[in-house]
Design a protein around this ligand. Structure first.
Ligand SMILES: [Zn+2]
Length: 225
């Protein structure tokens, strides 16, 4: 079985080599995580750019982007069309479908991966292991209660590489920002649905503020609020 990148699909009775005899690229599942505002989507688009420049072809996926559309947008103004991930989207079938159309897919950029399902993460691992497709996932690790998102937990468990992105997002106190607080009516919210859309801008009904662990635990939004 072959797909248009020229790589063999690994299965029994199939040596891990390309048809031209070169070894298969060792695909990997990588998870880059960090709090809101740390530049995850910017890094996702930079990753896509770097790989595309090397002649590789990828798909950009997202779920619940701040634009609320099928796009990856960043706070510093970059944007890229993306495939919206729904509960019933099968990532393996998505890639195989593209291949069937003669479209190369060498890698996936999965932005906002914290909002995917655990099944999606299993499909990411399947794409890496059985199809030699790189998967680069970006997302939050924890929700507003400082508990792991299920998909993030599965990524920590399965990823070949996990890296924390830290682009100097600071708590109001100057400590490193680690956790996302949900803020409504000027107070830190501790209960509610895991996913509620909000931004880090002040005007929203529900907003999020990155805090250090100490101030997340204390529910202290600082003197400016
Ligand atoms: Zn603090």
């Amino acid at each position: 079985m072959a797909h248009p990148s020229g790589a063999s699909v690994r299965h029994e009775n199939c040596s891990p080599q390309r048809h031209d005899g070169r070894p298969l690229h060792a695909a990997a599942l990588k998870f880059f995580w960090g709090p809101m505002d740390c530049g995850k989507s910017t890094m996702a688009l930079q990753m896509n750019y770097n790989h595309a420049r090397q002649g590789r072809r990828g798909l950009v996926l997202t779920r619940i982007d701040r634009s609320l559309g099928p796009r990856v947008t960043t706070r510093i103004g970059l944007a890229h069309d993306a495939i919206e991930v729904t509960d019933d989207l099968d990532l393996v079938a998505l890639v195989r479908g593209r291949w069937a159309e003669g479209i190369r897919v060498d890698y996936l950029i999965c932005d906002e991966a914290c909002f995917y399902t655990v099944e999606h993460v299993e499909q990411m691992a399947e794409l890496v292991d059985a199809y030699d497709v790189d998967v680069f996932a970006f997302g939050l690790a924890t929700d507003f209660r400082s508990c792991l998102f299920p998909a993030a937990q599965r990524l920590f468990e399965l990823a070949d590489e996990v890296a924390r992105i830290q682009v100097e997002v600071l708590c109001w106190c100057g400590r490193e920002g680690l956790l996302n607080a949900r803020v409504a009516d000027g107070r830190v919210v501790r209960e509610g649905q895991r996913v509620v859309i909000g931004d880090t801008v002040d005007t929203a009904d529900v907003r999020y503020q990155v805090l250090c662990r100490r101030h997340h635990r204390a529910g202290d939004l600082g003197p400016a609020v």
